[in-house]
Write a protein that binds this ligand. Structure first.
Ligand SMILES: NC(=O)c1ccc[n+]([C@@H]2O[C@H](COP(=O)([O-])OP(=O)(O)OC[C@H]3O[C@@H](n4cnc5c(N)ncnc54)[C@H](O)[C@@H]3O)[C@@H](O)[C@H]2O)c1
Ligand SMILES: CC1=C(/C=C/C(C)=C/C=C/C(C)=C/C=C/C=C(C)/C=C/C=C(C)/C=C/C=C(\C)C=O)C(C)(C)CCC1
Length: 513
């Protein structure tokens, strides 16, 4: 018998404010401040994920036809590792930090940085990696001591329902709550005040989230998509390019925020790259992607139609793939040679299995084109010689860079966008950092009062003493140059230049006092 999955039930709009006030009350009662409490929650969550792994795999299969390998590696297994990594390190992360770079005069105040939880926070997930991208931020939020409301994507309904089941089986309901729904339910959540909102999804909805947060001055993390370029120079290895770029687009049928949206390939190696795409496709899917258990489907009819019209509207030439089956929501991995970066396949995020290739004259042209399409994509994928790759990285911006690869990301590296692809980063240690307020704490000892009283009126005669004790001497001169051997002269002349000019400045300074 197959695995039975729960049905997705939207949360009624009436109960949403009550859910929020429950988690807020728990936070204000300091329930989640205790680190042991957080650890127990995370450990229980670990076992609930483990115990429901078959349901996770089945839900991903029903929502996206996600292959078991991808579901275990990028969803359940990813989260399990994330929890173990977090619980192993949490005691270290929560420790007060000694404040760095403190001048001697303030050392007696024992300055330190406390990692305070932010409060009650909202996590809104996306459909494509429904478990990883929703529960990943939640793990960090729990670790950091926040209470959390979790809103999975309604577009992956089976996964959303299983996620709720897992959370309800493991987490304290007074601190962590799952709210299910689409736009009205999310709007109801956004109408309330949060201490942080973590959103993963498209840039248009990201703008809605940021606007809703603004009146409450709520900080927001936006994990958005990107029109990510791959830049392939004539010195790249065509076989590696094809295999890795194909992987970037067969993974979850290209519904990956980090996958490359288009390739700018030096015209000299375009034919060899295309040949290698054909070979790699035949190797990955000997009977074609449609007949393989290792290829996902498009999430729903609306996204299928969006992708179909993108392909219908391209002026490019299909070189590989191109077949579709609406009933199955199947779109074959498709390589298209386009003749302009203006082609719709390059300028819009496809979030599907399209691999448009634009031949370019040289590396400079590729860099200019990439910066013109979107100057701040989520990912950048350069292939070429060491010097070429350095040039590409130094002349572009992006959330992250995978040299010689597609959407690869080491699970504990900070992950996040920049500019149009969002802001804020999580994963690994950053998943904790993103959810805490670094609260500086100083303690002024009573015995220091006679010295500290220099700050009280009457001020007469105190300024010069205060300055003598606290003024930092610049190690640079007026032309912006670092002063090394000329130190003495620099100090004597109050900032460099001639002795006469220095004397002048000394007179002005004395007169000001
Ligand atoms: N940077 C990342 O980590 C990352 C990861 C996955 C997806 N993405 C991006 O997300 C997009 C696709 O994912 P998606 O379709 O789930 O995104 P989406 O923006 O359509 O939906 C994301 C979430 O927002 C909610 N939502 C949708 N419309 C809303 C509205 N009007 N008001 C309030 N809430 C609303 C949905 O219920 C869902 O939970 C792509 O652009 C992709 O690149 C980014
Ligand atoms: C196996 C041995 C070794 C090491 C091997 C190594 C390093 C293997 C690496 C394999 C990798 C990188 C596999 C990656 C799989 C990734 C999958 C399936 C998907 C991930 C999806 C993600 C993260 C999606 C994110 C989506 C987002 C953010 C938005 O949409 C040695 C060499 C150590 C020793 C011998 C054996």
């Amino acid at each position: 018998m197959g695995v039975q999955l729960p049905d997705l039930q939207f949360t009624s709009l009436e109960v949403i404010p009550e859910r929020i006030s429950t988690v807020r009350k728990s936070f204000l009662e300091n329930k989640t401040r205790d680190v042991e409490f957080r650890l127990v929650q995370l450990r229980k969550l670990y076992w609930a994920i483990k115990d429901h792994e078959e349901e996770i795999v089945e839900a991903c299969a029903q929502d996206l036809n996600k292959p078991r390998f991808e579901a275990e590696v990028a969803e359940s297994g990813w989260l399990l590792n994330d929890i173990v990594f977090t619980t192993r390190n949490l005691h270290k992360w929560v420790k007060d930090e000694k404040a760095p770079d403190i001048e001697l005069s303030f050392k007696f105040m024992s300055p330190k940085i406390r990692k305070d939880p932010l409060g009650s926070v909202l996590v809104i997930g996306a459909f494509n990696f429904p478990f990883q991208l929703t529960m990943g931020p939640v793990i960090g939020a729990i670790a950091a001591g926040n209470t959390v409301v979790i809103k999975p994507s309604e577009n992956a309904p089976r996964s959303a329902a299983v996620m709720q089941k897992i959370c309800e089986a493991s987490l304290d309901p007074s601190c962590y709550s799952v709210v299910q729904g689409g736009v009205p339910e999310t709007q109801a959540l956004l109408a309330e005040r949060w201490d942080k909102i973590f959103f993963t999804g498209g840039a248009n909805v990201g703008r809605i989230i940021a606007k809703a947060a603004a009146p409450h001055l709520t900080p927001v993390v936006l994990e958005l998509g990107g029109i990510n370029p791959a830049i392939v120079t004539k010195n790249a290895d065509p076989r590696l390019v094809a295999r890795r770029m194909l992987w970037g687009k067969i993974l979850n049928a290209g519904q990956v925020c980090t996958s490359q949206n288009y390739l700018l390939v030096d015209k000299e190696i375009v034919p060899r790259v295309i040949e290698e795409f054909k070979k790699a496709y035949a190797e990955f899917y000997p009977k074609g992607a449609k007949n393989s258990p290792d290829y996902s489907r498009i999430i729903n009819e609306a996204h299928f139609q969006r992708l179909k019209s993108m392909l219908d509207n391209t002026k490019g030439k299909i070189l590989l793939g191109g077949t579709m089956d609406e009933k199955e929501l199947f779109i074959e991995p498709t390589v298209i040679q386009v003749d302009s970066v203006e082609d719709s396949l390059c300028t819009q995020e496809s979030f599907g299995p399209f691999i448009p290739i634009l031949p370019v004259e040289n590396l400079d042209e590729a860099i200019n084109l990439a910066n013109g399409v979107q100057s701040t994509p989520l990912g950048l994928y350069p292939f070429g010689s060491k010097a070429e790759i350095a040039k590409i990285i130094n002349s572009t911006r992006s959330g992250g860079v995978s040299v010689n690869d597609a959407a690869l990301h080491i699970p504990t590296l900070p992950f996040g966008g920049v500019g149009e692809s969002g802001y804020g980063a999580y994963r690994g240690r950053s998943s904790f950092d993103v959810w805490v307020h670094r609260r500086p704490i100083t303690t002024s000892p009573g015995w220091l009062e006679s010295i500290l009283s220099i700050r009280y009126p009457p001020y007469a005669g105190k300024l010069s003493k205060f300055k003598a004790a606290s003024t930092l001497v610049p190690d640079f001169d007026r032309s912006g140059q670092k002063v090394t051997l000329g130190w003495l002269r620099f100090i004597l002349t109050l900032g460099g230049g001639s002795a006469k000019a220095g004397a002048g400045r000394a007179v002005v300074a004395a007169a000001r006092e």
